[in-house]
Design a protein around this ligand. Structure first.
Ligand code: MN
Ligand code: MN
Length: 469
């Protein structure tokens, strides 16, 4: 066989593992970079789950979606949404097919690892004002020290008044930080295992140092901070009890690399899928199957709770869709779920050349090679996973190939190295066919995660094609 024939045969039989950046048209390149700019704008304007829900709601309203309570009856093409307690969002475009025949769901999560304040956070230590914290989600704690942090959150007073706080995002704002020990004195600390290098109770943020001007009282720095907070927000120390306040990285999302090919930014797990899912449903006008976009909370802590994917509030929204389209039989909900296809839109680990040993090179995701298609998650023998049926994966391959949306099949790292789960499980338990489809992320759960602009755009294309098939 000649070398030309062998080359042809290889081209025909081998899976495509080339970089997605190769052979792109000028138009496609322009689209990829423009989409990434819009995505970074979204990231910079919304860092917490509530802010993501708020920005997403504004985008939906601008594009003709209305709150489902405003509609008595729903018809094909109608666009509605429901906000669950400000932390979770469900949006739908009604399809031409009967809803009992199933939906097309793209479900992403808006919560990201971060540092939450404890309920009695403020204290003073030798003239320094400090905040006690309790981290949220799986983090490497040492990564969260000595970086600029901003404070975001809500304080709810007993009379129901809600006060939103956001300090550290504007150029003129102060920032906060958790200070690590200097290397000169860290001999003992350096002997700790990396996981204990900085411990949970050492994640205290430094937030002030000027004492209140009267030496008759104690804890004058704490007093001065409370006075400032009281003047600006009208709150007292006891109000922290009914607050949700988070410390998140204060830096902005930025293009990364000499070639601008990547995005570095906080919380891309899983805001990248929130944004691409949202943009995909905006481009879904009159689908055959009703399109559902879910932006859920609490994924990072096990998807439970009233705003997590386990919440029956989601089922209640779907029941309302069914009822308002005339499907009122007692089993309509489960029939619809059983006929539904869902994409658990979540990120997967991208190969990191600095830690090559953690990845199995044939089955890992690479930046710039497209969406991540993850048939199963879990750890140690696929434990705790829902595995996608091959039939669903085959159908999706056809959809993505036709749409020119590049994907790569992968799993999270080497077998028995660790693992993780997604909301795929809870969707599958409701009776849906589901597979994980997201974007590869390098440095996942760190304060500054990395994605490829190529992959971000493929996720948008993929979700759009899925909704519109
Ligand atoms: Mn995630
Ligand atoms: Mn995560």
């Amino acid at each position: 066989m000649s070398s030309i024939d062998a080359k042809e045969l290889k081209e025909k039989l081998f899976a495509n593992r080339k970089s997605g950046w190769e052979n792109l048209s000028d138009e496609e390149l322009k689209n990829i970079f423009q989409f990434a700019d819009e995505y970074m704008y979204y990231l910079n304007n919304s860092k917490t789950e509530k802010e993501i829900v708020q920005s997403s709601k504004e985008i939906l309203i601008k594009n003709g979606f209305v709150d489902i309570s405003e509609k008595e009856v729903l018809n094909p093409g109608d666009k509605v949404f429901y906000i669950n307690r400000g932390r979770c969002l469900y949006a739908a475009v009604i399809g031409t097919d009967n809803l009992e025949n199933g939906f097309k769901v793209v479900a992403a999560h808006c919560d990201s690892p971060r540092i939450d304040l404890k309920q009695s956070p403020l204290y003073e230590d030798h003239g320094l004002g400090m905040l006690k914290t309790h981290y949220y989600g799986g983090i490497k704690k040492y990564q969260w020290t000595n970086i600029p942090l901003s404070i975001h959150g809500t304080v709810v007073k007993p009379d129901g008044e809600k006060i939103n706080i956001c300090i550290g995002e504007k150029e003129e704002d102060p920032i906060f930080t958790i200070s690590d020990l200097l290397p000169h004195l860290a001999q003992e600390q350096m002997e700790r295992k990396l996981k204990d290098g900085v411990q949970g109770e050492e994640l205290n943020a430094l937030v002030g140092s000027i004492p209140y001007d009267c030496d008759e009282v104690s804890e004058r720095v704490k007093l001065n901070i409370l006075k400032l907070l009281n003047e600006r927000y009208g709150i007292k120390e006891a109000d922290f009890v009914s607050s949700e306040i988070e410390l998140v990285p204060a830096f902005k999302a930025k293009s990364m690399g000499f070639d601008y090919s990547m995005v570095a930014g906080y919380g891309q797990d899983d805001k990248v899928c929130c944004y691409t899912g949202l943009r995909a449903i905006l481009d879904t006008v009159l689908p055959r199957k009703t399109a559902l976009c879910v932006i859920t909370d609490k994924e990072e802590v096990g998807f439970n709770g009233v705003s997590g994917m386990e919440s029956r509030v989601f089922d209640t929204f779907v029941l309302e869709l069914l009822e308002k389209t005339g499907n009122t039989k007692f089993n309509s909900l489960y029939k619809a779920f059983s006929n539904t296809q869902a994409l658990s839109a979540d990120v997967d680990a991208a190969y990191n050349p600095n830690f090559a040993y953690a990845f199995e090179k044939n089955n890992t995701a690479y930046l710039g090679k497209g969406m991540t298609l993850v048939k199963y998650t879990g750890s140690r023998g696929k434990s705790g996973a829902s595995e996608a049926p091959a039939e669903l994966v085959a159908e999706l391959r056809k959809i993505f190939d036709e749409a020119g949306a590049r994907y790569q099949a992968c799993e999270l790292g080497r077998v028995d190295k660790g693992g993780g789960g997604t909301i795929a499980l809870t969707l599958a338990n409701r009776g849906m066919d589901v597979v994980d489809l997201g974007v590869p992320v390098m440095g996942m759960h760190s304060p500054y995660e990395i994605t490829s602009k190529f992959d971000v755009y493929q996720a948008y294309k993929g979700y759009k094609a899925f909704y519109n098939k």
